[in-house]
Structures are given as structure tokens and as C-alpha cells.
Design a protein around this ligand. Sequence first.
Ligand SMILES: Cc1ncc(COP(=O)(O)O)c(C=O)c1O
Length: 297
Amino acid sequence: MNAFDLSRLQPRLPSPLEPVEDERFARRGLTLLLKREDLIHPDLPGNKWRKLSLNLREAAGRPVLTFGGAYSNHLRATAAAGRLLGFPTVGVVRGDELAGRPLNPSLARCTADGMRLEFVDRATYRAKNDPATRAWLLERAPAGAYVVPEGGSNALAVHGCVELGRELAGLADVAAVACGTGGTLAGLAAGFEGRTLGVPVLKGGFLGGEVRALQEAAFGGPRGDWALDERFHGGGYARVSPALDAFAQDFEARHGLAIERLYVAKMLYGLTTLAEEGAFPAGTRLAAVVTGAPETV
Ligand SMILES: Cc1ncc(COP(=O)(O)O)c(C=O)c1O
């Protein structure tokens, strides 16, 4: 273990797997299990811990430069890791119009954790992986910075999520996970012997290609038995309809845990709909991966 190994932070791993009584599943002979990734660490919940751990070990204390929108959970988790383990962090934030305004609670948390924020216009943000733009950004970061891509998804992040799939071995037949960049799904599916169902929270239908590319980068080819159901993005990223909110509130009341709306609620809604559509044979054990917790700032 090196000084920048997240295991120093005593994560709760393997994350708990909790069976819950839900008649929408029970009446079809299905078992619903919640894979409580949100309980891994209060500052690095869920897939944040899984995706950052190998990257931070690789960075080994170098400054970390990464990217996100104004409400990015990934920026917050990276900033928190920097504070907890003691390395500098720089967050490149989409939207130069934000630079002159008071920080929202999420970005304020990042700076309180010591992250330096660089606001860039949308065109620059879109071009962040082009060599010239990347060089320009690196000039603004401390020397020798280690770059973690937007959403934290790269080959090391995918490898970090493999263990999530392995933890479900023999305990579940299907794992359901919400997808943004697809990194969590790419690793989970590789480590899981059952079927993995991805619920994209962005619309556009591009995610299958992204997952294949991430698996190619991480493993050299496709891994695991996975599929996407594109019906549950609810209009696109960060769109939370009153119906989805009502579903999440009802789930919270039934099962006594707080449900993150942008990802986890959409996955649970999708899984419940599929169960009600008769998509799974009786006897199937369904693990719903709770990839994060609602913001508390
Ligand atoms: C709570 C939560 N769940 C799921 C995801 C999706 O993860 P990925 O980008 O690896 O698909 C994210 C984004 O990082 C997230 O914050």
C-alpha cells in the first residue's frame, strides 16, 4: 500500500448487499437486492471510490487534473481524495460564465477541499482531449500533473470496477447499474458472471460504443454479458420528471434509504418497470447497484 492508496481510508468493502421486500418484485418471484456502494466511504461513495482508487495509486501523489460540470460528483470526490490523502487537485470546469459568480455548493465544497478550479468556455471544454488544448490546460496545472478524464472513466477506472462484479459472484443473477460514461458498467460486467443491465441516464444512444471502447482499452476486447435499455433517461441528463421524483420518494419510504435522483432513481425505475413487464423469469435474483448517495452539501 503506498501513501496514496485509498485503502488507507478504510472503505467499507465488499459493499453490503441488502435484500429488500418489495411486492412489485416478490409477486413475480423475483428477489431484489441493493448493492450498497453508497456506503463505501462518505466522501468517496459508490463508483467514485472504485474508479479513483487505481488512478490515485498510479498518480502516486502527483497533482491530479480532472474535468467536470458545475455539479460534478466526480470533481467533488477527487477534491475530497486530495484533501484526505494530501495531494494537489485541479478541476477544469465547463462554463467560463461561472468564473465571476458565487460558487454553487458543489464547487464551494471542491475549493474547501483545496481544489483549484479553472473555468473554461464550452468549446475549450469540448476540445479538452485534443493535444493542443490538453497542453494549454496542463500549463495551468502544477508541474507533472496526472490527468483523469471526465467522469473518471479510463482503463484503470474500469479495472477498479471489476471487483464490484466479483463481489456479486454467486449472490445475484442480474446486476442493474446506471450509466453516464459507461465506465462502471464496463468493469462491473467484466467481473460478473451473470447478466449486467445498463440504464443510460443520457439520451443519444451512443453509450454502447463507449462501453465497447472502454473495454477494449482496459482488456483488449469485449468482456461479460451486458446490454443497455435506453428507455429510462427520462428526457436526458439531470432531467427529473415529477413522475420519477414520485417513484423515488415512494422507494425511499418503502425501503428507508435516500435515493440519488440523477442516476440511481432512473436505474431503479427502469429495473422496476422491467420486472413489471415480466422481463425476468421467476427465481431471478436482481442486484440493483446503488452507485451513489444524494448530495449533502
Ligand atoms: C451516482 C452515480 N451513478 C452512476 C454514475 C455513472 O457512472 P459511469 O460514468 O461510470 O457510467 C455516476 C457518474 O459518475 C454517478 O455519479
